[in-house]
Each structure stands twice: as C-alpha cells, then as structure tokens.
Design a protein around this ligand. Structure first.
Ligand code: PMP
Length: 303
C-alpha cells in the first residue's frame, strides 16, 4: 500500500488523515460524485515546488463545470487553493517528491441524482510518488473494456465515478500478466492507458491521439507536446489505429503517476526502435522539475 502523509486538508482546515471522512449518504460516496486531480510536489534546495499547479487547478474547475458541480469555483479561487496546498505541504514536513491528490466532493446527503446547487468539500492529501507502471519498460494489453465515450461519461472530466472504467481495464491487464491496459475508444481507435496518455514515434514524428479521442486532457501530455515543440520534433495529434501502434518505432506513456514510461510490448508485439526520441523527451521532462532549469517555468514555489 502507498504510504500516506499524516495530515489532510478537509473542508477549510488541516486534520489528521484518519479523520478526513465523507458520509456514506453523500453523493460523493453514492454516485462517485467528486472531481479530482493529482500533482507532484518536489523539493529543490530545501524548498517545495508544485508542478503546473495552475493547470491542475484549472482542470479541476473545468471538470466540475462539465459535471455541473457549481459550488466549488465561487468559493475556491486559485489564490485560496494555492494557500491551502502550501499549508498542507508545510504541516506534513515534506522532504521528497510526493503526489498531492485534491478532490472536490459533493457531500449533500441523499439529494438524488443531480449536481447543481449542492454543498462541496475540498479534500487534499499527500502520498509517496511511486510510479504506476515500470519505468524501465511497460508491457500493455488492449483492454476488453472500451473507454467511456464523451456522450456517456466525459473522459476530459476527471470524475471519480468514471474511474470504475479504469479499474476494469487495469485489473483485466493485471489478471492477464500485463502492467497496464490500452483503452480503445468507442470506434476502435487508440485512446490512453488506465491513468496515462500514450504517444508513439513513427519515422521521426511524435504522434498522439487527439483531444477528440475520448482521452483525459493530460497535463503531462501537454508538457510532452511543448517539450517536443522546443526540441523541433514534429508532432501530430490525430486519430491513431491500433495496428499503427504495433508497427511504431517507439511508444511511451506519460502522466503524473506514470512519469514518462517507455512501452516495450503491446499485445505480444515488441518494438524495434532504440527509443532515441523517448529518451530525449524523458531527459527534458526531468529538467521540468528543476525550477532553475531550461523548463523550470512550470514549477510554483509553495510559500
Ligand atoms: N489519462 C487518465 C485516464 C488519467 O487518469 C491520467 C492521470 N491523471 C492521465 C491520462 C494523465 O494525466 P496527467 O498528465 O494530467 O497526470
């Protein structure tokens, strides 16, 4: 089990993690009606920095908007959210790279299946930043489950209830001896992993499914595209067939908890490339976590 830090942010204050609880009668528990994000905090020269915190806050706000949760944004400005993150990191005396999970829970008691005008509680907690797929090379399997389409539960909204889809895909992959699943969308095109976006390299071009392929709009996906642009690597965001992945030169996954993980096998097919582009992107990605490095603009000092 992942190790949790002792203090959580819950409502408007810091409390022991074991006391941060929601009612069994809340919409959050009954319907999975919470939206969330997970972002890294790293230490640099003794000071804590968060990676792309404003982007994470904005995605949380957008997720709430899509679902129709309308009592978070008026209360929680970015300034207030930022101050809560600073306080949480300080009281937990963070000394290493960690993940912070921030969730907005609809905690009205038995209001029925609706979302507007209901009370919300912000929770945040910290846990060890352990990767969800092997960093030296992951083996993935096309899922027997399809990704939830935009017209069923929108993937671009990071809503807890939708993660049952990821659980189904991931468990099916684990049961079959793989590290993670590859979701296809409703029309059979490549989508993403259970909790990471996917990229392939073909003939020197970096290719990833577009935002219209029922993917989460990953913050690390956006970072990889920005890095590739800076490194003058040609980019295509478009529909991707499964068999294109089979014959790609390089494939990798990216996400907060996946980092940049090379994929070495999909459905029993391995790749011939030497991961030149994956390695270049990975090195630049690591530089992003140095606030004084070339890509340091993404880091916010948490004080
Ligand atoms: N897709 C899904 C389904 C995810 O859960 C995640 C993890 N948040 C990602 C992609 C990657 O997103 P990010 O880069 O913002 O962590």
């Amino acid at each position: 089990m992942t190790s949790l830090y002792p203090h959580a942010y819950f409502g408007n204050t810091i409390i022991p993690i074991e006391d941060a609880k929601l009612s069994v009668a809340s919409s959050a528990v009954l319907y999975g009606l919470s939206v969330y994000t997970v972002f890294p905090v790293v230490m640099h020269e003794g000071a804590p920095y968060a990676f792309r915190l404003h982007d994470h806050y904005e995605r949380l706000v957008r997720s709430a908007k899509i679902i129709g949760i309308d009592t978070f944004t008026p209360k929680w400005t970015y300034k207030r959210f930022f101050e809560a993150v600073c306080e949480l990191v300080r009281v937990n005396e963070v000394k290493e790279r960690v993940f912070v999970r921030a969730s907005v829970h609809v905690d009205a008691l038995v209001p029925g299946t609706r979302s507007r005008g209901l009370p919300t509680t912000l929770s945040m907690f910290i846990y060890a930043a352990t990767p969800i797929v092997p960093q030296e090379g992951a083996r993935i399997k096309t899922s027997v489950w399809r990704r939830v389409p935009d017209y069923v539960i929108p993937s671009r909204a990071k809503v807890n209830g939708a993660y049952v889809n990821s659980v189904l895909g991931k468990q099916d992959a684990l049961d079959s001896g793989y590290d993670d699943c590859l979701f296809l969308d409703d029309s059979g095109h490549v989508c993403e992993l259970s909790a990471a976006n996917i990229f392939m390299v073909r003939r020197g071009i970096l290719i990833t499914p577009s935002h219209a392929s029922d993917i989460l709009e990953g913050i690390n996906r956006k970072t990889v595209l920005e890095i590739a642009h800076t490194l003058n690597i040609p980019i295509e965001e478009r529909t991707v067939d499964l068999t294109e992945l089979y014959i790609a030169d390089e494939v990798f996954a990216c996400g907060t908890s996946a980092f940049i993980a090379p994929i070495i096998e999909i459905d029993g097919r391995t790749f011939e490339g030497d991961n030149t582009i994956t390695t270049r992107i990975r090195e630049s990605y690591e530089e992003c976590f140095n606030p004084h490095g070339n890509f340091g603009k993404y880091m916010s000092l948490l004080t």
